[in-house]
Design a protein around this ligand. Sequence first.
Ligand code: ADP
Ligand code: F6P
Length: 325
Amino acid sequence: MAKEIKTIGVLTSGGDAPGMNAAVRAVVRTALSKGIKVKGIERGYNGLLHNEMRDMDLRSVSEIIHRGGTVLYTARCLEFLTKEGQEQGAQCCRDNGIDALVVVGGDGSFKGARALANLGIPCIGIPGTIDNDIACSEYTIGYDTAMNTAVEMVDKLRDTTQSHDRCSVVEVMGRHAGYIALNVGIATGAIATLIPERPYDLERDILDRMSFTQKTGKKHFIIVKAEGVPGTAQDLANEIQARTGIDSRATVLGHVQRGGAPTLRDRVTASQMGYQAVYLLERGIFNRVVAVSADQIVDYDINVALAMHKTIDTKMIDVANTISI
Ligand code: ADP
Ligand code: F6P
């Protein structure tokens, strides 16, 4: 028989994402509704190593559903990559009476959770990252907010780009993944969208498209580049200017994409996922990652989840190339 869960810990780890607060709120309130106590662990796995945690009551998560960032703070914790660090984390859970842990973060954070699970601390992962690059889930908390922030920024850039007949190269986040870039490229009518998953050819994918559309009367250009595409936005803007004579500017949107009030989609998904995490623990279903599949909340064994692969929808590239011309 699975051990009874009386107290759970919850932490946020890795890069923050809008909606993490909504997930923490959902975990706390769902657990309390079932008579399970909750400890909020601060700064990811660092909190486990330094015993930084606080008891969470219903009001401890008031006024956070609409706030970006994470009230539990987040961090990267190199010590947790070591066996000693992981054993210390598991011992901290035992010392504090934490029977199970909910980890909101990305694949790296889930690997930490798996290490704890292997040391006897049941864990549940909740996907939280703006990059949408968690293999087992079609959707990750923060993705929608980040894309909407980026679209708002690119719309502003378009105004000034158009006034000056310029070319704007805009870099959006995504160190390893082009999901944000691809959607933002389509949503803002970028003449070219560059993603790490598909190497680009300067002539074919940018210059030829610019010159073709120039002949049809287009005078300003937006190029969306994911952070993970080799080369800087500035170098690309310089190259375009040198090759076309079109005045070009580079803008790196950066961490502005990680902040701000979560959208409805992020709040609702985070709430569903936080609820599901506690639902699983209460039923003795351990070591799972909560995910979205076909618009439904599902869960996978943590080993299965970490072995999964996700591919970008290449048809989206065709959509972008066909329409943004
Ligand atoms: P994300 O969770 O967004 O993928 P990281 O890859 O930076 O972010 O991981 C966040 C934290 O998770 C790391 O700082 C570390 O504490 C922990 N972590 C990452 N990878 C592992 C691993 N292989 N084993 C144990 N812990 C890990
Ligand atoms: O949250 C994911 C992400 O935004 C990546 O796209 C980016 O490369 C990374 O985080 C940067 O995070 P940080 O500056 O916190 O290391």
